[in-house]
Design a protein around this ligand. Structure first.
Ligand code: HEC
Length: 161
């Protein structure tokens, strides 16, 4: 029961985060139809387009979504992996969760200076957990600009307590 409630909370947070990307559309290509139907079951399929990952990263994300209950055939999951690792290819195996990321990772993945990562953590302690970029709007402008420039590297996961 608790699990179901927590899942609902995650999904509504994602729906909120997604509206920022609502005007974007997924690029055409093989596997798009499968991505839209399978990955649109809980959050908008567009959610996938908010991050860029390595093929390993996509394999792990898809496994995580299966664990959360994503339904599809092996053929569909294979097509989704091809689609995402072609059109949303990045250099990270895992997106950085801004709700839990440690200072060293904030510095290396987002190129924050040491004082900026300290300021970010202070802001997060006061204002987190965050659900989308919109929650960061009161951050120091220079820090916000760096995060926005690398927003396909970050996610806002629900805190797992
Ligand atoms: C059964 C519901 C469900 C389906 C179907 C689903 N997701 Fe998710 N997805 C979630 C939940 C819940 C989260 C939030 C996880 C969290 O906050 O820890 C999430 C988060 C994400 C994230 C953010 C980063 C992360 O690692 O959590 C990405 C990217 C993502 N999903 C991609 C996909 C893709 C690609 C598919 C299709 C293969 C998919 N999702 C299908 C439930 C689902």
């Amino acid at each position: 029961m608790m699990k179901a409630i927590a899942l609902l909370a995650f999904v509504s947070a994602i729906a909120a985060a997604d509206s920022a990307f609502a005007q974007d559309t997924l690029p055409d290509g093989t596997g798009k139809a499968e991505t839209v139907s399978v990955c649109g079951q809980c959050h908008e399929a567009q959610k996938s387009a908010s991050v860029k990952l390595t093929r390993k990263g996509w394999t792990e994300t898809i496994d995580k979504m299966k664990g959360l209950g994503a339904q599809g055939t092996e053929r569909e999951f294979a097509a989704i992996l091809e689609y995402l690792s072609t059109h949303f290819k990045g250099d990270l195996d895992e997106a950085l969760d801004l709700n839990t990321a440690e200072r060293l990772d904030l510095e290396s993945v987002l190129q924050l200076l040491r004082r900026e990562s300290a300021a970010f953590v202070q802001f997060r302690n006061a204002r987190g957990p965050f659900t989308s970029m919109a929650d960061l709007k009161d951050l120091d402008a220079a820090i916000l600009k760096k995060i926005e420039a690398r927003k396909e590297r970050v996610v806002f996961l629900a805190s797992k307590k």
